[in-house]
Write a protein that binds this ligand. Structure first.
Ligand code: ASP
Length: 416
């Protein structure tokens, strides 16, 4: 039990809220007592530790990921079509989410729960750029920054663009046995070891963040209730849209591309989807998906052995949809005006974060930080998501796996 970080995080979250409700005093907001000051110190130390690692983590893990994908693709003729399919379905998932939240406005009737105050330090985009040319100009100036400036300024778009270009150039210019690939892999090992140490502190960080959050929220009961309603609505919208993507969009694509009846498809892939639902891990579901692809969907092994493992790490429609919705939700919550630039940023970052997330439970929470910083949402908002994230992970993982299986069908049909 003591080694189970998920359980510890849950207990810490409950403890943070309960202690804040029992001991907290809204007067602390004006004159913080010793206890509250200690909690605030813990909170800022934890967030600083997370922030310390974000730039190198994104930079090197993306280079590593792109080299990995690139080296696999250049060996296989089906690489191009697989990646195009994956990118298209992920884009559809994100657009579905953005389209619905912007046209239905589920959260706008409430005032922002928290104030960002001065812009979060990671916010690098000009919030006032309106027309499309301004949007593109602003995005381009963020994307095309030299890698050192991007890293030191925590310019997420710039870091992603540089990592992408460097990774691509490495795949194209270096021989496959180049030691540079090994160096990048080793750097990633070192960074993830340090990240592991910080993750051990997650329960303390979550405790401090939620303690502070509850004190601020309970200073105004109206806001507290609005927040809970908003959080539940957010969960409902995520579930609904993920189901639409999984039950309508993906089966629709399968029917369109391969002629397979949607109900037959869902029946045939029910088993891996259930495994994904119960494990919350695309990677753990991979053996079952491989079997279903060959036995139920009659996909040849040469296709499934390439498309499914690649999909388990890079194709996550449910995750991308969740990250985009979460970014919009938190932006409303913190009263951040979503300009065109920020909407395009959410689209791009959700895409990159979903590609980068490994197929493990709650894996998308790491990439979520990158989306938050790029939009200017305070990093501590991650604690709000962690409260509701576990149950949502089940459905989004099932849809992630479904996307891979439909991908194997589509790629197979294109090769005929
Ligand atoms: N649990 C997801 C998966 O394995 C990743 C995530 O969204 O956290 O596909």
């Amino acid at each position: 039990m003591l080694n189970n970080v998920t359980l510890q995080v849950l207990l810490a979250a409950i403890l943070g809220v309960v202690l804040a409700l029992a001991l907290g005093d809204s007067a602390w907001l004006d004159e913080p007592g010793v206890v509250y000051q200690a909690v605030l110190l813990l909170k800022s130390m934890f967030l600083a530790a997370l922030r310390m690692l974000i730039a190198p983590l994104i930079f090197f893990s993306l280079i590593g990921g792109i080299c990995g994908i690139g080296n696999v693709i250049r060996l296989r003729a089906l690489g191009g079509i697989t990646v195009i399919y994956y990118l298209c379905t992920t884009s559809i998932a994100i657009l579905l989410g953005l389209f619905v939240v912007f046209f239905v406005h589920p959260w706008t009737q409430y005032p922002p729960v928290m104030e960002v105050g001065e812009l979060a330090p990671g916010r690098l985009l000009d919030p006032n750029s309106g027309p499309m040319s301004g949007v593109m100009g602003s995005l381009a100036s963020q994307l095309l920054t030299n890698p050192f400036t991007a890293l030191t300024e925590l310019n997420i778009l710039g870091i992603v663009a540089n990592a992408f270009l460097i990774g691509l150039a490495m795949v194209l210019a270096l021989p496959q046995d180049s030691p540079v690939f090994t160096v990048v892999n080793h750097i990633n090992l070192v960074i993830s070891r340090v990240l592991g140490w910080i993750i051990r502190l997650l329960p303390i960080g979550i405790f401090a963040i939620l303690f502070d959050f509850t004190i601020k929220l309970s200073a105004d009961t109206g806001h507290g209730q609005a927040f809970l309603t908003q959080l539940l609505q957010f969960g409902g919208v995520v579930v609904l849209l993920t189901l639409i993507h999984g039950l309508v969009v993906l089966p629709g694509i399968a029917t369109l591309m391969t002629g397979m009846n949607p109900v037959t498809l869902l029946r045939k892939i029910a088993r891996p989807m259930l495994v994904a639902f119960s494990t919350s891990s695309s990677s753990a579901t991979l053996p079952v998906s491989m079997r279903t692809a060959s036995e139920e969907l009659e996909v040849s092994e040469s296709v499934s052995s390439f498309v499914l493992p690649l999909g388990a790490t890079m194709n996550m429609d449910g995750t991308a949809l969740f990250e985009a919705l979460a970014a919009v939700f938190l932006a409303y919550l913190y009263g951040i005006e979503l300009t065109n630039v920020l909407i395009v940023t959410i689209f791009l970052m959700s895409m990159v974060a979903s590609i980068g997330a490994p197929g493990m439970p709650s894996a998308s929470m790491a990439g979520m930080q990158m989306v938050l910083i790029a939009v200017g949402i305070p990093l501590e908002a991650i604690a709000i998501l962690l409260v509701i994230e576990r149950p949502l992970d089940t459905i989004r993982t099932a849809v992630n796996v479904e996307g891979d299986l439909v991908g194997s069908l589509v790629v197979q049909s294109r090769l005929r």
